[in-house]
Design a protein around this ligand. Structure first.
Ligand SMILES: Nc1ncnc2c1ncn2[C@@H]1O[C@H](COP(=O)(O)OP(=O)(O)OP(=O)(O)O)[C@@H](O)[C@H]1O
Length: 355
């Protein structure tokens, strides 16, 4: 999937001026409240008309103000899942789902009802009315209804924000599966970084109506200079690992990834499968020599790539194997260690990072 977007829009005092190209299965728009995330999503759906702009999905132009192209919302083939499902209360779940299919244009590659029902685990709910569903169930039905309209793109604006943590964890695996099986590309809005790390392949960081950074999640999360992300408590590198094996006596699993081998608390994952890990900067320590008499397992040779001062201390970007790590240190620790770009060090990754 590719989404090309170039927009200028004014609403009151707010000016949105963004341009980015998103590629991949799930693109997350991430940023603080008022950043302009919903404005972007509404422009893609055709629910607002920007002063100037161009939007194309896989080369199909949905909006081009210069060429006076503005495809009507219902002809854009964009599925939209809102914060609260917005199901029709007088219809059963099945009728709500079939309503989605009603909007699938003739000849569009529509998914079968059974496929969608199976994918979202909603077979037992088909005869119920929305008022008898939990928040998580409603969201799954809303996603199913959007999928059945054969969209070329699925927009999700904070699809989990109305749910408590328990319900979020009930719906997240389904979104994950949707993304994994690549049934339809997704543009997802969130102000929760854990959701982005769980789901997204690409990330667009928005703030004050502007794009602050855009790129692959694993590239951006490993850098110390990305606005919005750098200031966060939970800043840290994200990367994929292959599960090499388990040691049941020790209660650990051995993984291999771009930074090398890691031993982590036993994962519930098949040997050979892939897992994405988020290695929080506050869980990475630095030593200038190979430490002795330390219980930590994960000691990896690395090199200081960059240092960035932030609100939480100094973030040290480390080049490690083929990947990168971030360590968050106090100013005092950076001075004591005498860190500078290019210095060879040892990175110690604490196991809490895999919690
Ligand atoms: N019709 C409008 N008139 C005036 N200001 C508007 C209008 N619509 C949106 N805004 C302003 O535009 C800015 C961006 O809003 P938007 O909803 O896109 O942000 P957001 O990143 O989705 O935020 P949140 O995470 O809180 O949903 C906000 O400051 C909002 O107050």
């Amino acid at each position: 999937m590719s989404l090309d977007l170039d927009l200028l829009h004014r609403a009151g005092d707010f000016t949105l001026e963004v341009a980015f190209r998103a590629e991949g299965r799930v693109t997350s728009l991430f940023g603080p409240s008022g950043a302009g995330k919903s404005t972007v999503v509404n422009a893609i759906a055709g629910l607002l008309r920007p002063a100037r702009g161009r939007i194309a999905v896989d080369g199909t132009v949905l909006l081009d103000t210069e060429r006076r192209i503005d495809v009507r919302p219902h002809r854009r083939r964009i599925g939209y899942v809102f914060q609260e499902g917005r199901l029709f209360p007088h219809m059963t779940v099945r009728q709500n789902l079939l309503y989605g299919r009603f909007f699938a244009p003739r000849g569009a590659p529509a998914l079968a009802l059974d496929t969608v029902v199976g994918l979202l685990g909603i077979a037992p709910l088909l005869q119920r009315r929305p008022r008898l569903l939990s928040g998580g169930e409603k969201q799954r039905v809303a996603i199913g209804r959007a999928l059945l309209s054969a969209p070329r793109l699925l927009l999700m604006d904070e699809p989990l924000s109305a749910l408590d943590d328990g319900r979020r964890h009930e719906v997240l695996p389904f979104l994950h599966r949707l993304a994994e099986e690549a049934l339809v590309p997704i543009v997802h809005v969130s102000h929760r970084l854990d959701e982005v790390v769980e789901l997204a392949s690409h990330l667009v960081v928005l703030d004050g109506g502007q794009v602050r950074a855009a790129g692959a999640v694993e590239d951006l999360m490993g850098r110390v200079d990305v606005p919005v992300l750098a200031a966060r408590q939970d800043a840290g590198a994200v990367m994929g690992f292959t599960v090499l094996g388990h040691d049941d006596d020790d209660g650990t699993s051995l993984l291999e990834g771009p930074i090398g081998h890691l031993t982590v608390p036993r994962l519930d994952a098949a040997v050979g499968s892939r897992r994405r890990l988020w290695l929080h900067a506050r869980d990475v320590l630095i030593a200038t020599e190979v430490p002795k008499g330390l219980s930590a397992r994960n000691i990896l040779p690395a090199r200081v790539a960059a240092l960035a001062e932030g609100p939480g201390g100094i973030d040290v970007q480390l080049a490690c194997g083929r990947g990168q790590l971030i360590a968050r240190l106090t100013r005092g620790a950076v001075a004591d260690l005498g860190l500078y770009p290019g210095l060879a060090v040892q990175a110690i990754v604490k196991s809490r990072a895999f919690g």
